[in-house]
Design a protein around this ligand. Structure first.
Ligand code: AMP
Length: 211
């Protein structure tokens, strides 16, 4: 199956853009962060192992995450166009993806945003507790405060969007990012996107790249 990977720091809008592409153009959006949050909520064996790492903003060990994404990819129809959001985050994960027989990476899209803006975006982010849609107190306010535009669920702050955990997540991102960029810029169809723009402008750039 043709697979697109979205690279870039937390808060760069990968999830927002992937959701729009899934809703409007039929891409299958797979977010390892969403899978882990669901597993933690449901207290599955993976969720129990992952909980501490996610709460601290550390990476879940490669073995756990590779197994999670592999079993998910193997259940998806071969002709699907898949967007991986938040995977891979390490070179070992990228190598595992390339070693998979079910999927081939056709594009690696790198989202870039200055770090001070990321902190503002992440700490002001609110997500729907029902459908997972993402809003921002200032930049993407919901029509009614605290209520999801799409499904009317409650908007909440993710536990790992507190400033202390956000700073650790960005540190973890910095420690892995260069290796990943080297990996994809050398081997793959690599393309950069300036993600310090409006949701609509980024979406139109992506459409030019992906459709
Ligand atoms: P995200 O929703 O993508 O920001 O992910 C939330 C958290 O889930 C991260 O801070 C990590 O703890 C964990 N996580 C998500 N994807 C991965 C991955 N590919 N490798 C390791 N940990 C991950």
């Amino acid at each position: 199956m043709g697979t697109i990977v979205f690279l870039g720091p937390p808060g760069s809008g990968k999830g927002t853009q992937a959701k729009l592409l899934a809703d409007r153009y039929g891409f299958v959006h797979l977010s390892t962060g969403d899978m882990l949050r669901r597993a933690i909520k449901d207290q599955t064996p993976v969720g129990v192992k992952a909980k501490g790492f996610v709460e601290r903003g550390d990476l879940v060990p490669d073995g756990i995450i590779i197994e999670l994404i592999s079993s998910c990819l193997s259940s998806i129809a071969r002709q699907s166009k898949v967007i991986l959001d938040g995977f891979p985050r390490t070179v070992a994960q990228a190598e595992a993806l390339d070693g998979s027989s079910t999927t081939e990476v056709s594009k690696a899209v790198n989202f870039t945003v200055p770090e001070d803006i990321l902190i503002e975006r992440l700490t002001g982010r609110r997500v729907c507790s029902k459908c997972g849609d993402s809003f921002h107190l200032v930049f993407i306010p919901p029509k009614s405060p605290g209520v999801c535009d799409r499904c009317h669920g409650n908007l909440v702050q993710r536990n790992d969007d507190s400033e202390r955990v956000v700073r650790n997540r960005l540190e973890v991102f910095r420690s892995q990012n260069q290796g990943l960029l080297d990996y994809y810029s050398n081997h793959r169809k690599f393309v950069g996107v300036d993600a310090n723009q409006s949701v609509d402008s980024i979406q139109s750039e992506l459409l030019k790249i992906l459709l």
